[in-house]
Design a protein around this ligand. Structure first.
Ligand SMILES: [Cu+2]
Length: 120
């Protein structure tokens, strides 16, 4: 009996969860998502992982950093996130962004391979 109840509740949660998700997806993506490219200073794959992890705050659906161009492509919901807050998070883990300088302590504790040339 208990198991049946759990199954029914799970199904309901799944059903409504899907319905809500479906509704969100119905809206035009362009209206709820914004894509920007931000310069973020860094060197290697480890930097990439660190930058992308820091950038994925609530409201950010995609964060991809390019090692060669130093471009971070950010896709986010402007109602939930903004470029400044994301850049502050990235600066806090030791990476300069086009608007914020990295936290000195965080930069100094980066592994040797990640000691990129600081933004002027
Ligand atoms: Cu690195």
């Amino acid at each position: 009996m208990k198991t049946a109840k759990i199954i029914i509740v799970s199904m309901l949660v799944f059903f409504f969860g899907t319905a809500v998700y479906g509704q969100k997806a119905d809206h035009s993506k362009a209206a709820t998502e914004k894509t920007v490219t931000i310069k973020v200073w860094g060197n290697c794959d480890m930097c990439k992982a660190r930058i992308e992890k820091a950038a994925k705050v609530d409201g950010v659906t995609k964060a991809v950093w390019d090692e060669k161009t130093k471009d971070l492509t950010l896709v986010y919901n402007p109602a939930k996130a903004n470029s400044d807050d994301v850049q502050k998070k990235i600066a806090a883990v030791g990476h300069d962004t086009e608007k914020y300088y990295a936290d000195a302590k965080a930069y100094n504790s980066l592994p040797a391979c990640c000691k990129y040339e600081r933004r002027k």
